[in-house]
Design a binder for this molecule. Sequence first.
Ligand code: C2E
Ligand code: CA
Ligand code: CA
Length: 659
Amino acid sequence: MKRHAWFPQFAIVVIVVLGIATVLHARVVQDTADAVRDSMRFDVSWIGAHGRIEAAQLEAYLARYAAMGRQADADRAELFYQILLGRLDSWNVGGYKEFLESSPESQQAYEELQRLLVSIEPAMTDLQQASSISTVLDTLEPVGAMIEKIGAEATISAVTKAAAIRQTLTEKQAIQHYLVVAALLSAGIMLIVSAFQNRNLRRAHAEVRRAADTFAYLAHHDPLTGLPNRTAFPDADQPATRDERLTAVVVIDLDGFKLINDTWGHMFGDKLLIAAARRLEDVVSTGSGHVVARLGGDEFAALLHVRDQSKAETMAQRMLEALKRPFDIEGSSVTISATAGIATTANAIQNARELLADADLAQSEAKAHRKGSVAIYDEALRETVERRLKLENDLRCAVGRDEITPHYQIQVDIGTGAVVGVEALARWHHPQLGPISPAEFIPIAEASGQIVDIGKYMIACACRDALRLPPDVQVAVNLSVIQIMQGEVMEATADALMAAGLPPERLKLEVTESVMMADAKQPIAVLSELRYLGVSLALDDFGTGYSSLSYLTKFHWDEIKIDRAFLQNLDTDSVGLSVIEAVLVLARKTGAKVVVEGVETQEQMELLRGTGCDIGQGYFLGKPAPIDLVCAQIREINPSRPARLHHMAQKNRHDRSSR
Ligand code: C2E
Ligand code: CA
Ligand code: CA
């Protein structure tokens, strides 16, 4: 647009030129008219001629009167005398006067002429006298020549003036001509430039329209994949047909896409997203009123019209299957999985935006619990999520309000029956919802980061409460992977030990395998520092999740806690026992003790004793309880260990049968 900025100036110049031409032209036309008028005024040559004829007539009639004495001739002579006088008077006005004034000689002749004619006036009134006639004739004698002389001068003057006027006219005509040409040229240039400008304007207009179209497109499309974006998604909804009563929204989120981006770079990630978008489009034939959109990042959504919910589920499964096939990108083959959430409605009024939110909720739930799966939104799910949000919110002030307290569960030496340790387990008593299991609130606290404060608090409580236990009883506290990754745990532990005045060897920290799963350098560094501090370290929940025997040897553990899952079918299934025995062998080699969790029966206890396991923990031995109760429990067991253990076992069996 900028390149046409000269046009207004140009138009102004042309208009000014045209204006000047018009004014000049008007002036020239006026000048021409003046010149023509002058030419007429100055054509005085013929005026003098009349005077000459009248003077001759006067003389002729006077001569005839003198010769023949006829009164009629005297009258005629008198008439021509009067005419001649009038003629002379008429010379003294207008163009002839101007001429006379311009020529001193003629003026002088004119005045002489007048004097002569006036001088004969007395004689003219007395023509009967012969002397009068001769006086008049004598006086008139030079008059003809004088009139002729003035006439000749007038003719010369008129001719000169006419030539000058003709010259002026010619010049004015030339100027007029140039002005007309200039006006025509300016108008022509103006026309051409306008046409050019018009074309430019049309182009600019087209450009603006194209830009507007592009903007509109970008506002509703994802530039990377070309799919509709989140804004456009709900608008894309179309009325369902009679056969396909349900509107379904499937939200799909790629699993571990961030890792791919971080490892392979964003360009690679972009290509993967484009390829994923094409696969989703292939599964969902978008021609049939279905829509695939990219919501942002690695999140996609499909809007489907389906017969029933199972059809929506099938479609979602097919989309996940399609994404699971290896992608060939930049010569590398990558595989990726995805998690889906579905929300459906038969109610045409419910808009796609709400469905999208519901499907998104289902998706994030699925992602939290089972990556790669398809979850369907329902009311229960909303309640779960709402409860979680409430817990997350209330958890913020739970520590401050003393709603979280530790319970302790004893750990017993399987050989001697003595209590050798307790495990601190967090308990949350919610003011409205009552007791909340750590299995529920710990993951929430981990996700929101509040686990750091809770963990710190638990370590402090455990160190303080440990002082109430016999000096040979260790207290174990669970550490979350988040605490370890944040790196504050070292300081928190040291502070708690100092504040309580507890010897470090009485504290044991339990971490799960997931700690080892993460980038191994950071956790191992933190764990080594903790070990350096003097606290013991236990590998918790061994055998669940992503078990790897290498975790046993990667770090020097003081204790390995075998998950209670291995104890569950010990009576019928010998595999669990074999695993315990295998772990035992490895543990012996690394100098770690083996703790078996979830001991619920006497039989399990006997079997474990047979394997040579070191320590047992479970409801059969003691349930988690407040510190006072645990102190009492330990006092009861430890003084006379074997007898007490036997007594406890019997008591537990009795408890269960009476339940
Ligand atoms: P965990 O560390 O494996 O703790 C053992 C869990 O097993 C406890 O559940 C305990 O009550 C339960 N348990 C003990 N004996 C038996 C038995 O004989 N049978 C059965 N079925 N269960 C038994 P709890 O207290 O609900 O804790 C659940 C999980 O919450 C813990 O698993 C631990 O991972 C986590 N947790 C609890 N307190 C804390 C804490 O202060 N910090 C962190 N980071 N995590 C904690
Ligand atoms: Ca534990
Ligand atoms: Ca455990």
